[in-house]
Design a protein around this ligand. Structure first.
Ligand code: PMP
Length: 352
């Protein structure tokens, strides 16, 4: 508490990101980064940025990237918005579309940043518990008198997917609300709702380069939606910081979409490793949810998650533990390379 803080600042409960250790001694399976490097084309494009480029402000409309993304997803450029990571795009969306008078609806358990944004913008939140199997009670989402709906697909940290049919149903049942589908992990096994944005003016799909394109360090995310939703996001952005993406990020991000073969190959490798480690974990007695993401969500009937987390840490393997009701017996483990996952399961075998 400080006398210089506004009442808002004093009231905030900020999001706590996963640990980012400074040294490299850990096998890092705690923040869902991709174990493979980005396409070599990305660094090549960043290296081609010149001193003169850096002297000048970047393009505030991010036109080259917006066009690239529009072409990739087969939508019009005015249906694309880009930001510094999907976290920033989400923050703009909460400001642009949700109304303090009517609650924004999301699940418990879900990506914990949504609650932070709701508090930051002083919105009401209507938080719907997942069912016993961690499934989203979708009927419940439509039954609420909401000001908007936010769903990550697959969900985090459960890794579980909902179908495009379910998303269509939500869109039809809530025509006056923005339905925001956060697809940070969609490329690891889901079907993107991007193809629905032409049909539903209330759909906003948010994606990122951080996961399936191995670029968490570049901070690039985007939203796809109707022209009116994208206009709303631009109004917020241009009332906050009109130069969102810097020139290095813009150059690298465009190149990230120019190496489809590399993207498909690394994504397939992560999926193969996920399936292998899932099988092994089940053999070790773990419950593993059906993952469509680049992480697995696991629990062991005889071993407390917090202890497993600590004991793995002592053996140099960093995973994510959530001290949070309902999931405090679970660990979230990012899918690394085959070698990293072997080191993880070998460490587990020593512990359990
Ligand atoms: N959405 C979900 C569900 C996530 O798990 C994350 C990663 N923490 C993000 C969005 C944000 O990703 P980024 O800002 O790196 O694009």
């Amino acid at each position: 508490m400080s006398k210089f803080w506004s009442p808002l600042t004093a009231s905030l409960v900020p999001y706590v990101p996963g640990e980012q250790p400074k040294d490299k001694k850990y096998i890092k399976l705690n923040t869902n980064e991709n174990p493979y490097p980005p396409s070599p084309k990305v660094l090549e494009a960043i290296r081609s940025v010149t001193n003169d480029d850096l002297r000048l402000y970047p393009d505030p409309t991010c036109d080259a990237l917006v066009r690239k993304i529009a072409g990739y997803f087969d939508v019009a450029p005015n249906q694309v918005f880009v930001g510094n990571g999907s976290d920033e795009v989400l923050a703009f969306a909460f400001a642009a579309f949700f109304n303090p008078a009517r609650p924004v609806v999301f699940a418990d358990i879900t990506y914990s940043f949504y609650k932070v944004y709701a508090e930051f913008y002083q919105l009401k939140a209507d938080i719907i518990p997942l069912d016993e199997q961690f499934k989203l009670p979708l009927d419940e989402f439509s039954r609420r008198d909401s000001g908007g709906i936010v769903i990550p697909n697959p969900n985090a940290p459960t890794a579980m997917l909902i179908s495009l049919d379910d998303i269509r149903t939500l869109l039809v049942q809530n025509p006056d609300q923005v339905v925001l589908i956060d697809e940070a992990y969609i490329d690891f096994g889901g079907e993107s709702a991007a193809k629905l944005v032409k049909e539903y003016p209330n759909l906003l799909v948010v994606q990122t380069l951080s996961k399936s394109r191995s670029l968490a360090g570049l901070r690039v995310g985007w939203a796809l939606g109707s022209e009116e939703l994208i206009d709303g996001l631009n109004r917020v952005k241009n009332s906050f910081n009109s130069y969102t993406l810097d020139r290095l990020a813009l150059a690298g991000a465009v190149a990230a979409f120019e190496d489809e073969a590399y993207f498909l190959e690394t994504t397939a490798k992560v999926i193969t490793t996920r399936e292998a480690v899932t099988k092994e974990l089940k053999e070790l007695g773990f419950t593993v949810t059906d993952s469509a993401a680049n992480f697995v969500f696991i629990s062991h009937p005889d071993h407390a998650a917090e202890q497993l987390f600590q004991q793995l840490r002592e053996r140099g393997v960093l995973v994510r533990y959530f001290k949070q009701p309902r999931i405090d017996q679970y660990l979230r483990v990012t899918v690394g390379t085959d070698e990293e996952m072997s080191a993880f399961t070998e460490a587990l075998k020593e512990i359990i």
